[in-house]
Design a binder for this molecule. Structure first.
Ligand code: 13P
Ligand code: SF4
Length: 320
């Protein structure tokens, strides 16, 4: 504990010395989220992280999350130094959508508007007409559908399926999945619901359709926290990364939070839903990145920045 406190103090000092601000996702460890809050940074969903970094005057953004979040920050503010505790923190959606194959897929359907989830590489974003996060995916696709667009959606098949169902839009789906949310199981969730019949079910839309179908609220991490507050239920079963419980419990101190089950055959596996890449954002790694950023600074090819900026700015403009 003493050592952790020392890390935190040192990080606080370094942030000031380097005119840096900590931008953290809800799935990072609670102590990272607390540190971001204490030091004037932010804890947010992926859209709000992008917006915060874009508007903040600091010279350096320290992004505690996964690679695409750091890349998005760099694309939006290339004049800033963007560092991450580790550049190894990737995302199964990003990994499952390589630029070359994706480009071929787009080329094969030239009459489609290309909408990609933020959880993609800069190169994939550069190929897109729109970037969206889970908080605005339905709204953007609804808008495009009303204008008669046919849509290519990548990479998350579950979120894409959910958006298609909500909007009725004509969508071709890339078949990617989040390894964390893909593990939530409807059968086990039904059993848990029988145990807690009064509980509301909150689900991130990267989860399988059968799990989303049981939800009282579906949304991005920020939207799920807002739903936790606004729903009248005193018990909440939550299907997303367990990192969210830190802020959700703070937002609703009088409510009981229950982790949705992962794993097959009705077996529940508590505390399993945690993104291995988000977990790489430790205190020590943050301190080290501030002391020596080599190998931890995010660079994006300039030509890609110019192209990826277009769909990213559309997203920010739409979300206003
Ligand atoms: P949010 O936009 O809801 O924060 O989701 C980002 C993410 O990576 C979910 O796994
Ligand atoms: Fe990617 Fe899933 Fe991890 Fe989010 S939780 S960063 S979607 S692997």
């Amino acid at each position: 504990a003493k050592q952790r406190a020392a890390h935190k103090e040192r990080i606080k000092q370094l942030l000031i010395e380097q005119d840096a601000v900590l931008v953290a996702h809800y799935y990072t460890d609670p102590e990272i989220q607390a540190l971001a809050e204490e030091t004037g940074g932010c804890v947010a969903d992926s859209l709000e992280m992008a917006r915060f970094g874009n508007n903040h005057p600091a010279k350096t953004l320290l992004v505690a999350g996964v690679r695409f979040m750091g890349e998005t920050a760099k694309i939006l503010t290339p004049e800033k130094k963007v560092i991450m505790p580790t550049l190894e923190a990737t995302c199964s959606l990003d990994l499952g959508c390589p630029e070359k194959e994706f480009s071929e897929f787009c080329d094969a359907h030239p009459d489609h508007t290309v909408v990609v989830y933020a959880n993609t590489s800069a190169a994939v974003k550069a190929r897109a007409d729109w970037v969206v996060t889970s908080s605005i995916a339905v709204d953007v696709v609804e808008h495009l559908d009303s204008e008669g667009h046919k849509i290519i959606w990548a990479p998350d098949k579950h979120l894409g399926g959910y958006v298609a169902k909500q909007t009725g839009a004509d969508m071709l789906l890339w078949q990617g999945a989040c390894i964390v949310h893909d593990e939530f199981k409807a059968k086990a969730l039904q059993q848990l619901k029988q145990q807690y019949p009064d509980a509301a079910i909150l689900v991130h839309p990267e989860s399988p359709e059968s799990v989303v179908a049981m939800a009282d609220a579906v949304g991005s991490t920020s939207q799920l926290i807002a739903s936790a507050q606004s729903l009248p239920h005193k018990k909440l079963i939550v299907a997303t990364d367990k990192g969210i419980f830190y802020k959700m419990q703070q937002a609703c101190p009088d409510k009981e939070m229950i982790e949705a089950p992962t794993g097959g055959n009705g077996a529940t596996c508590r505390s399993c839903a945690h993104c291995p890449w988000m977990a790489m954002n430790g205190l020590q790694a943050i301190e080290e990145a501030l002391i020596d950023a080599s190998g931890k600074e995010v660079f994006v090819d300039e030509a890609l920045i110019d192209k990826a900026l277009i769909p990213l700015n559309r997203m920010l403009g739409f979300a206003k």
